[in-house]
Design a protein around this ligand. Structure first.
Ligand code: URA
Length: 440
């Protein structure tokens, strides 16, 4: 087989066969196809797209290009959860313990973040002593003992995705629906869970800005999961404003702990309960009502919070910081951003809130940059609130006081006011399964 023929077929709008896709992935990972030919194929895919079968086959080839994790030594149905990423999204830290508290094991591999804030692993590492790197057997043993573990994604998972993502990043081919769907799902398939729950974000802080695009991405990923025998369901959820109040690593850990103790922001609490319900449903625990009740009970009894503490201890961390969150890393400078006017807060550009948090030190511009666990911001007002002139909109937390002005400017520019109370979009906007799209 020749790579030029594969490129030409896709350039002319053809569907690639499993053999052609497998040839491309295997030879590219082995270093026998040069980047310029891979880039040409990516651009042809960007223009021509891929049909569902092609996308599912590409995903499988990508998954198999690295380690395929076998979770079968952990008893029970293992359900994975993935979020396409958003500002203030700390749901894994709440949902995984709730689900584990209901008796469903969670063996989760998460990533670090690039951009706005850290990923789940960066957030967890703001807990003193906590480790996220374990060999496979240690990882499984923690899950068997405590019901859950959240560890760093192995560098060996979906090797093709790592190479292709780096190439997409510099060839303007990231925003292709089949390429995004196959990239995300290759890692999910390789991570070994029996079923998958996806949280596809939509809005100004998300990859996909409109509901229709987000539903299409959700459908593409659900089809891939189902094609490979992993029952998959997706919720399309609002990212037109940050989730919860806190954005930044230790600040988000504190908010997740508060949420598990019943004192969290309403939007975060509701979304976590809904995601936990979906995960429990996927594990076969019962119908939606039963699963919702079980998740709510895990929250109300504090069993979810205890699970998070047990996981933190099992991973070498100090769980006392979850009881007393002031013992998490604290920034030396906390600066209030005051409202320049009175009115209804009608919009807060989510990506700009993320950028402000990154400027304060919470995120990375390049993958080798360190993150400051203490940095970030805590919103005091969100869209839908009435604000008086001079009231505090947000608190900026940083160890680099010279960044405050830039972060404040970003935040104020991102904020819009109206005379009338704004309409609030629903938190969960759609639910996508293999059979249907339910809109809310
Ligand atoms: N996240 C991924 O893992 N891959 C993409 O292509 C986009 C988001």
């Amino acid at each position: 087989m020749r790579m030029t023929d594969v490129i030409q077929k896709k350039r002319d709008g053809g569907a690639l066969s499993p053999e052609e896709l497998s040839f491309f992935i295997q030879e590219y990972v082995a270093g026998r196809i040069p980047d310029y030919q891979a880039a040409a194929l990516l651009m042809a895919i960007w223009y021509r797209g891929m049909d569902p079968t092609e996308t599912a086959q590409l995903t499988w080839c990508m998954a198999q290009s690295g380690e395929m994790v076998d979770l079968s030594s952990i008893p029970g149905v293992k359900v994975d959860k993935h979020s396409t990423g958003g500002v203030g999204d700390k749901t894994t830290l709440v949902v995984a313990p709730l689900v584990a508290a209901c008796g469903v094991p969670v063996a989760k591999m998460s990533g670090r973040g690039l951009g706005f804030t850290g990923g789940t692993i960066d957030k967890l590492e703001s807990i003193p002593g906590l480790r996220t790197s374990f060999d496979r057997e240690q990882f499984f043993e923690i899950v068997r003992k405590t019901g859950l573990a959240v560890v760093g994604q192995s560098g060996e998972l979906a090797l093709a995705d790592k190479k292709l993502y780096a190439l997409r990043d510099v060839t303007c081919t990231v925003d292709s629906l089949p390429l995004i769907a196959s990239s995300i799902m290759s890692k999910k398939l390789a991570a070994g869970a029996d079923a998958i729950v996806l949280d596809v974000k939509t809005g100004s802080g998300a990859f996909m800005k409109t509901l229709e695009e987000s539903i299409q991405l959700a459908q593409a990923m659900v089809r891939i999961g189902e094609h490979h025998g992993r029952p998959t369901v997706a919720l399309v959820t609002d990212m037109d404003r940050p989730l919860g109040w806190a954005v930044g690593n230790a600040l988000e850990v504190a908010e997740a702990a508060d949420t598990l103790r019943g004192r969290g922001p309403q939007d975060l609490t509701q979304l976590c309960l809904r995601l936990a319900q979906e995960m429990l449903g996927a594990a076969g625990l019962g119908g939606p009502e039963d699963c919702r009740r079980a998740a709510q009970q895990a929250l109300d009894t504090g069993e979810g919070f205890s699970r998070l503490c047990r996981m933190v201890e099992a991973q070498g961390g100090d769980s006392q910081v979850l009881e007393d969150t002031h013992r998490l890393p604290q920034a030396s400078c906390v600066h209030p951003v005051k409202s320049p006017q009175s009115g209804w807060l009608c919009h807060m550009e989510t990506a700009a809130c993320g950028r402000a948090s990154m400027v304060l030190g919470a995120g990375r511009e390049r993958k080798e940059d360190p993150v400051d666990p203490a940095a970030g911001l805590v919103l005091r007002k969100k869209p839908g609130d009435w604000v008086e002139a001079g009231e505090v909109l947000a608190l900026l937390h940083t160890n680099r006081p010279q960044t405050v002005e830039e972060a404040q400017t970003l935040l104020l520019k991102a904020t819009a006011f109206s005379k009338e109370p704004p309409r609030q979009p629903p938190l969960v906007q759609a639910r996508v399964t293999a059979q249907e799209v339910e809109r809310f």
